[in-house]
Design a protein around this ligand. Structure first.
Ligand code: ADP
Ligand code: ZN
Ligand code: ZN
Length: 754
């Protein structure tokens, strides 16, 4: 009897055996999609190859082989097996996540290009002064204007109306005034399809040349860590390597970037160099467009796949190089099953393809740095900025001192100026001089919203999300208290719900508030804000960045989004409003994250001939993440941080897995977490697993998200094999009460412990 093993997209750690009836071409290539009966309905699975029939079981026959050519070539199957093994994820679910949605169900994808009523901004009023004149008493119009502007000038009408909470009349009034335009448009069209590419610089520098030559001389499967400071021209190295791999070797390539919308400049350069050879895979594609892109790669019509995390699964054959740009970015880790890290999976796929791997960053992850120290990858360095540019000097402003001095020198009659504790005189003067000279500034504050939280002055009560254990953030446009975890929204209360006092204070800083303060200070400046609230439209990021590139923005203010890879020569000032926002999070990566963020955002300044300055405001100037960022000293930071990771041991010195138990009843979750930890402890004792440490269980730092309570424990081991075994035991067998709402998740190599 002819039988095949089939992986099905179900949360089970097993495969299924089916019979192949007469009349079906044999053999069936592994990686082909097959239609099989499963639980009384047809299901698409992936053929894993021939297998022996089990004894005494009546096997069901497959219904059809769907692919003429396997959807998943062998190196991808290999990568899937590795992901499934390492991250303890069911193979069928892993394989499913590698395919475009359109290929995972039997029906055809919906046609792209549905029309939608959209609002487009026609007249820009970028400065506060212009706005005040234009909307003297038209408050609602102003709110609509600001929302629309914040979203990059284009948004669906209905969504905008709900957000602004106003009537359709407001929109028609604005259209009559020529401020906006309302029309039917397709928001589905791939906006990257018709972006012009940007030609790369013609000649690599000697340092770039040396890196390119070293990479091209690498053995198949070899990993390179390209440590190039910000502005050192890593992109040109990638491009020259790709050119050689494509042209001379006739092979294909994969380029991973953290997020397409934030890295449009980098993507434009690849397009500029390779034109239609590039398929840009991004989350804005409709299912149909994604399928088109996938098929063009499968057929070899395009030879370079550029995209975020999942572009790693591009169906290319003969892959010659895999590039992971900004390899330290935590967005490379997927936060749901399979919880893979694209950087690690990239190395596995490249080995299977005999391809080179280039991991690039100005601030490599400690994992990658240590891997190079151990000789498992080759470190290459670009120590200088390209084209003679210099790293910008970084000045530190100790806000404890700045605020004290400002308070001491102000006249007793002057009203309290809230800008005092937010923007130091040093930073204000620096912004002012940029405005006078027609140069651009970036301001980083890694917290969106207006105020971090609302607290009662009388009783101290803080407004908290009823579904998550986290304070609600005050937003001004539109006015609401918002939970940043579950999007719960409520009106700003007038009095304290607990003690009825009317002294509710908004405390802590958010991007909205900084925007207001800066706008009040510089009413003529053209300000743009970029954070999750302003970028809900799919292409809002790109639109805002394009405006900065065209010189239409004087000050770009934003969260960490503005720290990623921007290359604008006219940006001569970077101000970090509060360096400390992420420093004290209860996560072993808090310092590493902060250092990376500060270094990356500092690296946006001084990329052109005019040079640039960085000003960092902090209340913790002695923290090593801040100290080393001031001197652009990556190596110094790493030395100190690695020291801190030895005791207690954390990655890269041990392997860790975070086991999270969640559910709606607090006591049940605590009990289940304790039981699971006990189960693991018993397992350890019974099997004599000495090199395994269990820490916990304890409530997660954020102990409730979306109505679910969360407990966790941590497993540590220096032996990866042992960790794999234990992770599988837990994921497949750990007894969590069935038929309850309790869930147990194993997150190996977690990027966050919150
Ligand atoms: P990184 O990604 O390392 O921060 P980029 O690749 O963005 O740096 O390069 C920084 C800037 O230097 C870009 O504007 C790029 O066009 C320019 N550049 C890079 N290499 C060269 C070169 N060899 N000659 C001239 N300009 C270069
Ligand atoms: Zn109160
Ligand atoms: Zn919430």
């Amino acid at each position: 009897m002819r039988c095949i093993a089939v992986a099905l997209p179900v949360p089970l750690f097993r495969t299924f055996t089916y019979r192949v009836p007469e009349g079906v071409a044999w053999p069936i290539a592994a990686g082909s999609r097959v239609l099989v009966p499963f639980r009384n309905r047809p299901e698409l699975g992936i053929c894993l190859g021939e297998t022996e029939p089990p004894e005494g079981v009546a096997l069901k026959p497959i219904r059809a082989v769907v692919d003429a050519v396997p959807s998943l070539p062998e190196p991808l199957l290999h990568t899937a097996r590795w992901i499934s093994d390492w991250y303890a994820a069911p193979l069928g679910l892993t394989l499913r996540s590698m395919l475009p949605t359109a290929l995972t169900h039997a029906s055809a994808p919906a046609p792209a290009g549905k029309l939608q009523r959209v609002v487009r901004l026609v007249q820009e009023l970028p400065s506060l002064l212009q706005r005040e004149q234009a909307f003297a008493r038209a408050k609602q119009q102003r709110a609509v204007y600001e929302l629309l502007e914040a979203q990059g000038g284009l948004a669906p009408l209905e969504a905008l109306r709900t957000q602004a909470g106003c009537s359709a009349g407001v929109f028609s009034a604005m259209a009559k005034r020529g401020l906006i335009e309302i029309r039917d448009e397709s928001l589905e069209r791939d906006p990257f399809a018709d972006r012009a590419g940007v030609a790369p610089p013609p000649n690599p520098s000697p340092a770039q040349r040396a890196a390119i030559d070293a990479i091209l001389a690498g053995d198949p499967g070899q990993v390179f860590l390209l440590h190039g400071i910000t502005g050192s021209g890593k992109t040109l190295v990638y491009i020259e390597v790709l050119r050689e791999v494509l042209r001379t070797q006739g092979r294909t390539a994969i380029v991973l970037v953290p997020e397409i919308a934030l890295t449009s400049q980098t993507v434009d350069r690849f397009r500029g160099a390779f034109g239609d050879d590039v398929a840009v895979l991004h989350s804005g594609l409709s299912d149909g467009e994604r399928l088109d892109a996938w098929q063009s790669l499968r057929r070899g019509e395009r030879r370079i796949a550029v995209g975020a995390r999942s572009a790693l699964f591009a169906p290319l054959e003969q892959v010659g190089v895999v590039i992971v740009d900004e390899e330290h970015e935590s967005s490379y880790k997927q936060s749901e099953t399979p919880r893979y890290h694209a950087r690690e999976a990239a190395i596995v796929r490249a080995r299977a393809e005999g391809a080179l791997v280039v991991l690039g960053s100005a601030t490599p992850s400690l994992e990658s740095w240590e891997r190079a120290d151990r000789g498992q990858s080759v470190r290459l360095t670009l120590p200088d900025r390209a084209a003679g540019a210099q790293l910008p000097p970084v000045a530190v402003v100790d806000m404890r001192v700045a605020v004290r001095e400002a308070l001491a020198t102000r006249s007793p009659q002057a009203p309290y100026d809230p800008a005092l504790s937010v923007l130091s005189p040093t930073l204000l003067a620096a912004i002012e001089s940029r405005l006078t000279r027609g140069e651009q500034s970036l301001l980083l504050l890694n917290r969106r919203g207006f105020a971090a939280f609302v607290q009662c002055h009388a009783c101290g009560d803080v407004q908290v999300c009823p579904h998550c254990s986290i304070s609600l953030t005050y937003h001004r446009v539109p006015e609401a208290l918002v939970c940043h975890y579950c999007q719960y929204q409520t009106d700003m209360p007038v009095t304290c719900p607990r003690c009825a006092s009317d002294k509710l204070q908004r405390r802590g800083l958010g991007t909205q508030q900084v925007e207001t303060l800066v706008a009040e200070r510089f009413p003529e400046a053209r300000i743009a804000r970029m954070d999750v609230d302003t970028t809900s439209g799919k292409w809002a990021h790109t639109q805002i960045l394009d405006r900065v590139g065209r010189g239409e923005v004087d000050i770009l203010l934003g969260t960490q989004m503005i720290a990623k890879g921007l290359d604008f020569p006219n940006v001569t000032l970077v101000g970090v409003v509060d360096a400390d926002t992420g420093l004290n999070l209860p996560d072993f990566r808090a310092s590493e994250r902060t250092f990376q963020l500060l270094s990356q955002v500092a690296g946006r300044a001084g990329r052109g001939p005019k040079g640039g300055d960085v000003i960092v405001q902090t209340r913790m100037p002695q923290a090593h993440a801040v100290r080393h960022a001031l001197t652009h000293d990556y190596v110094g930071f790493v030395r100190e941080e690695l020291g801190a990771r030895r005791t207690p041991a954390y990655p890269p010195f041990v392997h860790i897995a975070n086991v999270v138990v969640s559910g709606v009843h607090q006591a049940a979750v605590a009990e289940a977490a304790a039981a699971a930890a006990q189960w693991v402890t018993t397992l350890m004792q019974r099997q004599g697993l000495r090199d395994l440490v269990l820490v916990g269980p304890a409530p997660c730092p954020i102990d409730r998200i979306k109505d679910r309570w969360r407990w966790h424990f941590l497993l540590k081991s220096s032996q990866p094999r042992l960790m794999t075994r234990v992770a599988h035991y837990i994921a497949a067998r750990c007894p969590v009460p069935k038929d309850s709402d309790l869930r147990l998740v194993v997150d190996r190599d977690p990027v966050s412990l919150l």
